[in-house]
Design a protein around this ligand. Structure first.
Ligand code: 5IU
Length: 275
């Protein structure tokens, strides 16, 4: 049956990629398909949010370069929290360049392949983006997410672009574990001769909100029920719905919202896999 009708646990046992297996196991264990996107600029707010939501998430999504006061101890602390609260780390880096440049992540100041279990890339450069990142990520058991669909209004990631992104992923199923998308992607763009049996792409969906339908900058929100139950996505990515402006955060309110989104996401998943 299609992966979205199987439990996260069943999929954890079969997935070809170690980071994907770890994520699926954590989801089942913590009963959480919630990923919090921690898009704040001060490390105090960053860690206050992570401490509050840590027990309730499977994955923390970072944009590490937006921290104004970044220093290498941020990474040490993030890794400690990842072990303490058992969540994986997803650096939302959106690689989109040719190979020589993105291989330089091995030497840059943040070196995300050393600490982020998962990172992502645009499909626009073609298959070389996967080959280049795989040469760095595979030896460390990392997983890559391709951007197949974006949540913003007027996004160009539609139709044949999305199909081509899925074809690129299909050719590297050991490393590309899934997509940022709004729907399931198995079998998309496949020809009769493609081997799609056992294809299991994790779908991580941003643009999730329970109280708003969008923002002034083109973001569009759907509910966990729409995303997980109706569209079959696996992970809900929530930012401002959980921490608002993200300044001087009220950790009790953040905790309350995290629990609310965790419950909504898990309920939608239970309803989906119910037999
Ligand atoms: N994000 C999207 N939509 C996308 C992609 C990434 O919202 O299509 I690709 C990111 C942007 C932000 C987070 O880091 O997901 C969503 O945050 P809010 O829940 O605060 O809108």
């Amino acid at each position: 049956s299609s992966p979205h009708l199987q439990t996260y646990n069943e999929r954890a046992q079969r997935h070809a990629n170690k980071a994907a297996r770890a994520l699926l196991r954590v989801m089942e264990e913590k009963q959480s398909n919630l990923s919090v996107s921690v898009d704040v600029t001060k490390s105090k707010d960053f860690f206050d949010i992570i401490e509050a939501v840590g027990p309730h998430v499977c994955l923390i999504k970072t944009h590490i370069d937006i921290l104004e006061d970044f220093d290498p101890t941020v990474i040490d602390r993030l890794r400690e929290l990842s072990e303490k609260h058992k969540f994986l780390i997803f650096e939302d880096r959106k690689f989109a360049d040719i190979v020589p440049w993105h291989c330089s992540i091995q030497k840059g100041s943040t070196r995300s392949q050393d600490w982020a279990h998962i990172t992502n890339a645009h499909a626009v450069p073609g298959p070389s983006i996967i080959t280049g990142l795989a040469s760095v990520g595979i030896p460390k058991d990392r997983g890559l997410i391709l951007l197949a669909e974006m949540s913003s209004k007027g996004a160009l990631t539609t139709g044949s672009y999305t199909e081509d992104a899925v074809r690129m992923a299909r050719a590297r199923r050991d490393f590309v574990i899934g997509f940022i998308a709004q729907h399931r992607m198995e079998g998309i763009g496949a020809s009769d001769t493609d081997n799609i049996a056992g294809e299991d792409f994790l779908v991580l969906a941003p643009g999730v909100g329970l109280d708003a339908t969008g923002d002034a900058m083109g973001q569009q929100y759907r509910t966990p029920e729409q995303v997980v139950f109706e569209s079959g996505c696996d992970v809900i990515i929530v930012g401002r719905g959980i921490y608002g402006k993200g300044e001087n955060v009220d950790t009790r309110e953040v905790l309350k919202q995290a629990q609310r989104y965790q419950a909504a996401g898990w309920e939608a998943y239970k309803k989906r896999v119910q037999r």
